[in-house]
Design a protein around this ligand. Sequence first.
Ligand code: ZN
Length: 243
Amino acid sequence: MEKIRVTVWNEFKHEKEMPEVAEIYPDGIHGTIAAFLNKEADIEAGTATLEMPEHGLTEEVLNNTDVLIWWGHCAHHLVSDEIVERVHRRIMDGMGLIVLHSGHASKIFHKICGTTSVDLRWREAGEKEILWAVNPGHPILKGLDSHIIIEHEETYGEHFNIPQPDEQIFISWFEGGEVFRSGCTFTRGKGHIFYFQPGHETFPIYHQPEIQKVITNAVRWAAPAADTPKIVYGHHPDPIIQK
Ligand code: ZN
């Protein structure tokens, strides 16, 4: 069986600068995500971080990545435009992208969305969140219940300045009264994109089994289908049907 090749990208700053985050994610958020994905027989996950040469996203790494997962928060501006272009080209060519939590403000997600600022309302109050699954039967929801409860999360609220998603997968309620489109899919070129809101760094959210399940399902959903038809553009002098 061909495995789905995943690269988990993380800016990897909070874990090095904030002991309370390092305690939750001693191997980094990327390390935790790659570890639970690597327990799956059909997935092979590696990691890349901001400080690596070319942010760990060389042509070779991207050409061997079926699905890229993105976590960033305070260092979006340090991601080189050249690498963002490279990632975008691969998405257009079929690589899947999963954008997590504050990755909404990343350069690559802005490019995907095409809006001036992918903004939202937020509050760090450790409030309860309930994610409601609003698209039953969708592959990203496979094996999950009608809702997921996160006891403590950063509150995100509407309006979330994204274009109309292709599909709404989750809508969240937060204890403070906000609602948020917490799981959305988009298509750009041949690439499948999933935005998934949970994952503030000071809470152990990526250790939660249901959250791991959503991300694992999303990897399988976003992976490009094998043997898709070749597309040929441009002048084509010979008619398809010969007289
Ligand atoms: Zn956050």
